[in-house]
Ligand binder design. Structure first.
Ligand SMILES: CC(C)(COP(=O)(O)OP(=O)(O)OC[C@H]1O[C@@H](n2cnc3c(N)ncnc32)[C@H](O)[C@@H]1OP(=O)(O)O)[C@@H](O)C(=O)NCCC(=O)NCCS
Length: 245
């Protein structure tokens, strides 16, 4: 009897702690989402000039983008990704991709060429994932003609900068295993996230989840061990280059 009630109390306490932690995570995410312009303090990151490529960069919420920009972002994503989605179990749907790109919570980092045309973008969100506050990179897409000139790396550095200065615990993304460009993320030190599903005899997953950890926060304010998210096959609603599985 005595033992049971102690266990019950421990469970209640653990539940309470978890609720408090989730509510603290939500406060951090809400604060980041209430920013007007996360790039504003970082003037040096508002321009890129390297390898013969010059561009200006800005960050806006999807609601502040004009239709020509969101139409371009959809078109570029479709051009780069459609066949890769179709070659795995995700499949491609114009409607679902548009819906995702236009979700109210979407933020955009956009690179503009010197003549004012968009040439690359990232769709990202500040969100709770697996119970912790993260910047989730849904999409990083550059026009083909500007690949391998360092802009992709620069844009990921911007995402890391704004994620970590706004106290997100990780930058997370999902990549398709059939996309050779996924190696880019490994080259810039993204590693398999603990939530990435493992293939077994029953399930083979077409994607993997990569992340970069906010080391400073992990050191100064580590997650309690029992609060760490579960490993394994959770169903991710967020997917960089997401599909519909
Ligand atoms: C993936 C992508 C964003 C990379 O951007 P990028 O500007 O071309 O990459 P960078 O020049 O910044 O590359 C930095 C480093 O990453 C590595 N890298 C870049 N692209 C790579 C690729 N396709 N395969 C392997 N490594 C790659 C290289 O080490 C590179 O350094 P190096 O050029 O000095 O060797 C870009 O190629 C792209 O838009 N691809 C199509 C869309 C896509 O698949 N996006 C990813 C899934 S959401």
């Amino acid at each position: 009897m005595g033992r049971k009630s102690t266990k019950g109390k421990e469970k209640r306490l653990a539940r309470k702690e978890e609720q408090l932690r989730l509510s603290a995570s939500k406060t951090v995410v809400d604060k980041a989402n209430s920013l007007k312009d996360p790039l504003e303090p970082f003037v040096a990151f508002q321009k890129y000039n390297n390898n013969g490529l010059q561009c200006d960069l800005y960050i806006k919420k999807v609601s502040e983008l004009d239709t020509s920009t969101t139409d371009w972002a959809f078109g570029l994503t479709k051009k780069n990704m459609q066949h890769k989605y179709e070659n795995c179990s995700w499949g491609w749907s114009d409607g679902k991709k548009r819906e995702e790109l236009l979700d109210d919570t979407a933020w955009y980092l956009v690179a503009l060429s010197h003549d004012g045309h968009p040439i690359g973008f990232s769709h990202f969100r500040f969100d709770i994932d697996e119970g912790i506050e993260v910047l989730y990179c849904y999409e990083l897409q550059l026009e083909n003609v500007i690949h391998r000139r360092g802009l992709g790396k620069f844009m990921m550095q911007i995402l890391e900068l704004i994620a970590f200065t706004n106290n997100m615990r990780k930058v997370v993304l999902t990549v398709l295993k059939n996309n050779s460009h996924s190696n880019f993320f490994k080259a810039i030190n993204y590693r398999l996230d603990e939530s990435s599903p493992m293939d077994d005899e029953d399930d083979v997953f077409p994607y993997e989840i990569l992340s970069k950890i906010n080391k400073k926060l992990a050191l100064t304010n580590p997650l309690p061990v029992h609060d760490k998210p579960h490993h394994g096959h959770s169903h991710h609603q967020h997917q960089c280059c997401p599909g519909h599985h």
